[in-house]
Design a protein around this ligand. Structure first.
Ligand code: HEC
Ligand code: HEC
Ligand code: HEC
Ligand code: HEC
Ligand code: HEC
Length: 422
C-alpha cells in the first residue's frame, strides 16, 4: 500500500514538473536552469581572488583603485589618521579613542570586517581587500544614510545597505547566471555556460548613485561636523549617476579603476581653466576663469583635499619676475586656494577629528564658473602662466604626518594656460 502511494506521488510530481517545465506547444527560450554554486553562509568572506581568473581585467582595474587600498594596511594617508584616531589595524578589539565604540571607519574602509564586527584586518583577504568585489556586488538595497527623524543617527557604510547572499548583477536579467553570449571581459578563460556563483539582476541598484552613497553621502566627525559630503553636494544633480563618469565603458564593459583625487588623468577632466591677459600702462591684468564641469564640488571628498592657483610672470629668458605667492597661498593669497576650512573651539583652523564647526568653503561648487583677477607689474614680462594644482593633503597635515610618503605630498598639475605678452 505504502509502496503504491510513493509511486503515485512520484508520478504525480513528475507530471507537474513536466507540465510546468514545458507547456504544451511551446519550447523554452533557455536551457534547463542549472543550480549555480552558492556563496556559502558568509559570502562577504569570499576574496576577490575568486573572481580573478575569469574577470582578469576588471580585477586588475580594481586592484589599482583606492577601493582595493582603502584600509590602513594599504593606504598610508588613511593609516596616519586611523592610527591616531583608533590604533593598530592588525589587532583585534581596537576601539575608537574618543567614543570607546567599534571604529566607525571600518564600516566604509573595511566593510567585510565591519560586517563581522572585527578589527584585525589581516585576519583574512576579504578584510584586507577593503571595498572588494563582494562588497559592491552583494548590495541589494539602500536604506539611506540620513536619519529618518531630526537628531537621529546617520547610517554609515554597511549600515546604509540591505545585503544579499547572492551576487547582484548590473543587468536586469533574472537569469543572468545562465545567459552568457560572450566570454568574460579580458579573460583568457573559457566561457562557462552559467555563472559559477549564484547571481540575480538588480539594475535598479547597480546602476544608481545609491550604490555609492552609503559610503560617499556624508560622514560627520564626533562633534557632528560634516566631513566627506559628496552626496549632499550632488543632491541637485540627480539626473547624473556616478557610474557614468567613475565607471566609464571601456573595451566594452564598465571600468573599475574608479579614478578620483589619486588619479591625475581624472583630476584634469574636472575643471576647465582659461587665461586672458590685457596690458595697460605698466600693468598686466590677468583674468582666470575656472569652470567646474562636475555635479559635485571640485575638489570633493575628504576636507583636506585642496586646489590652488599659481600665477607667474616670466621674462624673455624664462626668469620668474612675479608670482601671486612665495611659499603657499594658504596665508599669502587665500582667494587662490579652493578648500573647506574646519575650525576648532577657538575658531582656528583644525584637523577633521577635532573640528567643532565648518569655516569658509572656497571649493568650486557643482558646475560653478569662478572668475579671478590679478594685477601684475608689466616691466620686461614676456609670458604669463596660470597653473592649477591639486593636493591630497592640506599644508598643515603634510607637515604633521611625517610617515606619509613624499610622493603623496607632491601637488598634481591639473591645468596650465600660458599667454605671450605682446
Ligand atoms: C568561471 C569563470 C567566472 C568566475 C570565477 C566568475 N565569473 Fe563573473 N562572469 C563570468 C562570465 C562568462 C560572465 C559573462 C560576461 C559577459 O556577458 O560579458 C560573467 C559576468 C559577471 C557579471 C555581470 C553579469 C551581467 O549582468 O551581465 C558580474 C557582476 C560578475 N560576473 C561578477 C563576478 C564576481 C563578483 C565573481 C567572483 C565572486 C565572478 N563573477 C566570478 C565568468 C565568471
Ligand atoms: C562600502 C563603501 C564604499 C562603496 C559602496 C563605494 N565606495 Fe568609493 N570609496 C570608499 C572608500 C572607503 C574610499 C577611500 C579609500 C581611501 O582613499 O582610503 C573610496 C574611494 C573612492 C574613490 C577614489 C578617491 C580617491 O581618493 O582617489 C572614488 C572615485 C570612489 N570611491 C567612487 C565610488 C563610486 C563611483 C562608487 C559607486 C559605484 C563607490 N565609490 C562605492 C568606499 C566605498
Ligand atoms: C565600488 C563598487 C564595486 C566594486 C568594488 C566592484 N564592482 Fe563590479 N560593478 C559595480 C557596478 C556599479 C557595476 C555596474 C556598472 C554599470 O553597468 O553601470 C559593476 C559591473 C561589473 C561587471 C559587469 C561589467 C559589464 O559592464 O559588463 C562585472 C563582470 C563586475 N562588475 C565584476 C567585478 C569584479 C570581479 C570585482 C572585483 C575584482 C568588482 N566587480 C568590484 C560595482 C563594483
Ligand atoms: C560628470 C562626471 C562625474 C560624475 C557624474 C561624478 N563624478 Fe566624482 N569625480 C569626477 C572627477 C573628474 C573627479 C576628480 C576631481 C575631484 O576630485 O573633484 C571626481 C572625484 C570624485 C571623488 C574623489 C574624492 C577624493 O577625495 O579624492 C569621489 C569620492 C567621487 N568623485 C565620488 C563621486 C560620486 C559618489 C558620484 C555620484 C554621486 C560622483 N562622483 C559623480 C567626475 C564625476
Ligand atoms: C561613511 C563612510 C566613511 C566613514 C565612516 C569613514 N570614512 Fe574615511 N573616507 C570615506 C570615503 C568614501 C573616502 C574617499 C573619498 C573621499 O575623499 O570622500 C574616505 C577617505 C578618507 C581619507 C583620505 C584617504 C586618502 O587616501 O587620502 C582618510 C584619511 C580617511 N577617510 C580617514 C577616516 C577615518 C580615520 C575614519 C574613522 C574615524 C573614517 N575615515 C571614516 C568614507 C568613510
Amino acid at each position: 500500500m505504502r509502496f503504491f502511494a510513493v509511486v503515485l506521488l512520484l508520478l504525480a510530481t513528475s507530471t507537474v514538473i513536466a507540465e510546468v517545465g514545458k507547456p504544451p506547444g511551446t519550447t523554452l527560450p533557455f536551457p534547463p536552469i542549472p543550480r549555480a554554486m552558492s556563496l556559502g553562509p558568509n559570502p562577504h568572506h569570499l576574496s576577490a581572488e575568486a573572481c580573478r581568473e575569469c574577470h582578469q581585467e576588471i580585477y586588475n582595474q580594481w586592484a589599482g583603485s583606492m577601493h582595493a587600498k582603502s584600509t590602513a594596511l594599504k593606504d598610508p594617508i588613511h593609516e596616519a589618521f586611523y592610527r591616531s584616531e583608533v590604533g593598530d589595524p592588525r589587532r583585534e578589539g581596537e576601539r575608537h579613542n574618543r567614543s570607546g565604540t567599534y571604529p566607525v571607519c571600518l564600516k566604509c574602509h573595511a566593510p567585510n570586517a565591519a560586517r563581522d564586527g572585527k578589527t584585525k584586518l589581516d585576519a583574512m583577504p576579504a578584510y584586507s581587500e577593503g571595498v572588494n568585489c563582494l562588497t559592491c556586488h552583494l548590495i541589494k538595497g539602500y536604506k539611506g544614510v540620513l536619519p529618518d527623524e531630526p537628531g537621529g543617527r546617520l547610517r554609515l557604510g554597511i549600515d546604509a545597505y540591505e545585503w544579499s547572499d547572492i551576487l547582484q548583477s548590473p543587468t536586469g536579467k533574472i537569469f543572468a547566471q545562465i545567459d552568457f553570449p560572450k566570454p568574460p571581459p579580458g579573460s583568457g578563460a573559457a566561457t562557462p555556460s552559467f555563472h559559477p556563483f549564484a547571481m540575480e539582476g538588480n539594475a535598479a541598484m547597480l546602476r544608481s548613485p545609491q550604490l555609492c552613497l552609503g559610503c560617499h553621502e556624508r560622514r560627520n566627525n564626533p562633534h557632528g561636523v560634516p566631513l566627506c559630503n559628496t552626496g549632499e553636494e550632488f543632491r541637485d544633480s540627480n539626473h547624473f549617476n556616478c557610474q557614468q563618469c567613475h565607471m566609464p565603458v571601456n573595451h566594452g564593459f564598465a571600468d573599475h579603476s574608479m579614478g578620483g583625487g589619486h588619479s591625475p588623468e581624472m583630476l584634469r577632466r574636472g575643471v576647465v581653466m582659461t587665461l586672458a591677459i590685457n596690458r595697460e600702462e605698466g600693468e598686466i591684468q590677468a583674468e582666470v576663469v575656472l569652470q567646474n564641469t562636475l555635479p559635485h564640488n571640485m575638489p570633493t571628498g575628504a576636507p583636506f583635499r585642496n586646489l590652488y592657483l599659481q600665477i607667474t610672470a616670466f621674462d624673455r629668458n624664462g626668469m620668474r619676475l612675479w608670482q601671486n605667492y612665495r611659499h603657499h597661498p594658504l596665508r599669502e593669497d587665500p582667494d587662490s586656494l579652493f578648500m573647506l576650512t574646519l575650525l576648532d573651539k577657538e575658531g582656528k583652523p583644525s584637523a577633521p577629528p577635532q573640528a567643532v564647526a565648518q569655516g569658509s568653503d572656497t571649493r568650486l561648487a557643482p558646475h560653478e564658473r569662478r572668475i579671478l583677477n590679478y594685477t601684475l607689474p608689466a616691466t620686461n614680462v614676456a609670458m604669463v602662466r596660470a597653473d592649477l594644482y591639486y593636493d591630497l593633503l592640506s599644508l598643515p597635515l603634510k607637515e604633521r604626518f611625517t610617515a606619509v610618503p613624499q610622493e603623496l605630498k607632491q601637488p598634481t598639475l591639473v591645468a596650465r594656460s600660458e599667454k605671450l605678452v605682446e
